[in-house]
Design a protein around this ligand. Structure first.
Ligand code: FEO
Length: 393
């Protein structure tokens, strides 16, 4: 239990050992489920709860803080890592109301066992007085799910942002103490759950610009006492600009595709293009997601397994398709033994991407001079595309 400002306490839990989230997202640095207690002169509010696996930590912190009454449990987001303990907290504090927006209420009713009378529904911009402290609710859809919202504590100028600006990072320090490490963790988090919603997030950032914010307190990771750091990073990530980078996600079985990849990396480097290769044999999908945030071009490299792409290449294509990065160009390279539909199948998987698809380069068996020449031409086309975008000079 730690204090952000007077009568504003962090009462959530650090999960040092968690290594996967949603059984999808690797968490190399663990995570935290942040909950905040705000004591006003008349009322007390708990902002979010914790993942059910850490309920005891939250309850212990509430006991240590001497909390006898909770009037409001503010729920910013229906996902269970923040909402999953509401029912138990409400059983211990039966007079409390769950304060949330109508869409989040709907989700909480579906996911938890909360009765209709448990709720107080609030609108965008609505204020709730705790006495000498005032909560203002700001709907910020799609900072993970469609129902997400933030709370602004006007008197202390703190924005409680839930997943928005979050970072999966377990750390003993309450406030950000290492911006470089937090930048990477926050970018990984953005890439994995928010990248598809760049448009709505841009609007949310504009909405927050009207507020004077001294601290941002997310529901994962540390509290930002220099908010410009994470606000600037988000503006960059959701912006339309791409970088002179090629993400090259590949897998190889008998080194034919690998030899093509090696040649292709050199060809791109010769043309002044930054290459970010990921051998899908053991690549961290979080690192791949981070690379997709900025890259102008995505190239998938795959052998042909029976008649289609290698499943690891298909997974990388599926991940890119789900995350919908802002890349402008995409290509496919790889090899085959006798025949197959590898490029067609990968192209179909990438259907969400708004990219110009470049002519695939396929080698039959081990690549030969003609295949290397085709890879050089592909590198030429990418260089020309990057020049048109104004990112390669
Ligand atoms: Fe941290 Fe979308 O839950």
């Amino acid at each position: 239990m730690r204090q952000l400002k007077q009568n504003v306490l962090a009462v959530g839990a650090i999960d040092w050992d968690r290594r996967m989230f949603d059984e999808l997202i690797p968490l190399p640095g663990g995570t935290s489920y942040n909950a905040y207690l705000i004591r006003g002169s008349r009322k007390t509010a708990l902002l979010d709860t914790v993942d059910p696996t850490k309920l005891e930590v939250l309850l212990d912190n509430l006991v240590k803080a001497g909390v006898r009454t909770i009037d409001y449990i503010v729920s910013h987001h229906g996902e269970q890592d923040h909402s999953g303990s509401i029912e138990q907290v409400q059983m211990l504090y039966p007079d409390s109301k769950v304060v949330t927006n109508a869409k989040c209420k709907e989700m909480l009713v579906e996911h938890l066992r909360l009765a209709d009378e448990a709720f107080m529904v609030v609108e965008d911009g609505q204020k709730l007085s705790l006495g000498d402290k005032t909560l203002q609710f700001i709907l910020t859809p799609w900072v993970h799910w469609p129902e997400t919202m933030c709370t602004y504590l006007a008197e202390d100028k703190i924005l409680f942002s839930c997943d928005f600006f979050g970072a999966h990072r377990a750390a003993s320090a309450l406030f950000v103490d290492d911006e470089a490490t937090v930048y990477e963790a926050a970018k990984r988090y953005f890439a994995e759950i928010m990248m598809p919603f760049r448009g709505p997030i841009k609007n949310n950032l504009k909405k927050l610009a009207a507020l004077e914010i001294e601290m941002i307190a997310p529901s994962h990771g540390q509290v930002y006492n220099r908010p410009a750091f994470i606000l600037d990073a988000y503006r960059d990530w959701v912006g339309d600009g791409v970088k002179n980078e090629v993400v090259l996600a590949y897998v190889s079985m008998h080194d034919s595709t690998k030899r093509m990849v090696e040649h292709f990396i050199g060809a791109l480097m010769d043309r002044g293009i930054t290459v970010l290769p990921f051998n899908l044999r053991d690549a961290d999908s979080g690192q791949l997601a981070i690379a997709l945030v900025d890259a102008a071009t995505i190239v998938i490299g795959s052998p042909t397994v029976l008649t289609g792409p290698h499943p690891k290449a298909a997974y990388a294509a599926m991940l890119a398709n789900v995350l919908r990065p802002k890349a402008k160009l995409a290509g496919i390279i790889g090899s085959y033994g006798w025949a197959g539909k590898m490029p067609e199948q990968l192209t179909a998987i990438l259907s969400n991407l708004k990219v110009s698809l470049l002519e695939p380069v396929l080698a039959r068996g081990y690549p030969k001079d003609t295949d290397f020449a085709a890879l050089d031409r592909l590198a030429d086309r990418i260089a020309a595309g990057h020049k048109e975008l104004g990112i390669l000079h």
